[in-house]
Design a protein around this ligand. Sequence first.
Ligand code: CP
Ligand code: NVA
Length: 310
Amino acid sequence: MKPGLSLMKHYLQFKDLRAEEYAYLFERARIIKTRFKNYEKYQPLTDRTLAMIFEKASTRTRVSFEAGMYQMGGSVVHLTTGDSQLGRAEPVEDSARVISRMVDLVMIRTYEQSMIERFAAHSRVPVINGLTNEYHPCQILADVFTFIEHRGDIKGRVVAWVGDGNNMANTWLQAAEILGFTVHVSTPGGYEVDPALAGVRDRGCYKVFDHPMQACEGAHLVTTDVWTSMGYEAENEERRKAFVDWCVDEEMMAVARPDALFMHCLPAHRGEEVTAGVIDGPQSVVWDEAENRMHVQKALMEYLLLGRIG
Ligand code: CP
Ligand code: NVA
């Protein structure tokens, strides 16, 4: 990407793209996935480099971005806090100026959203949020794509969120506002979603329920996440107590629609936020969901670097 190109886009939150851009990305992801399944080479990013900065652990995000970039003909540089100057207090702004002179795209997983915003403000190349304390847009991109693959358009549907009002919940709310569905949210007291932090203007895109069973009633999709997200480990014990009734089990799935799907961004803790029977059961699409991270992110990287194809 040439410096100063006015078309440059970052993907720091789900709301950074519009509904029609999502429609385009889902169609590109479908095409890219089909080619991959047919062993057709597709290398539009030859000679492009992605830098991946991880300040938190990852399995899916790392493998999906790294494998996806190589499959598209590009290459990857992997940095962590511990093995770069980021961990030795080099300013984020200086790191952004330097790294973005050498690569074409940057993916960052970190703590505060403000870190990737500062990085993006000083980057010559697009920056992608690979998870922050506040948001996880690439995951919801994959989740919505997975829903569409299994059940068609998500517009007008009901997604039940059972658990922490965390980065995943915030991003589901943004997606609901942009794509026109409703999130039924049930969290323990003290762990509610904050619409201002989630960044939604339309309170109509979600409804809050005290009991998780109520949130699941009539839902097209039931989804949850770990009780303790990365960075909050000190709260582990108090969260274990607070979240004990927020375990997605067979009873909750039974009050959802008969064809309801179950999703979880993973990693999962069977017996905590979900029973083994649900996550390993017939309504669960968690493995498709995980695989789809790679296909949607390939479409996203293609879009950020090359714009619309054709
Ligand atoms: N779902 C997700 O982002 O997984 P990782 O933490 O393994 O990247
Ligand atoms: N909410 C979880 C998601 C992990 C992919 C976390 O932030 O740790």
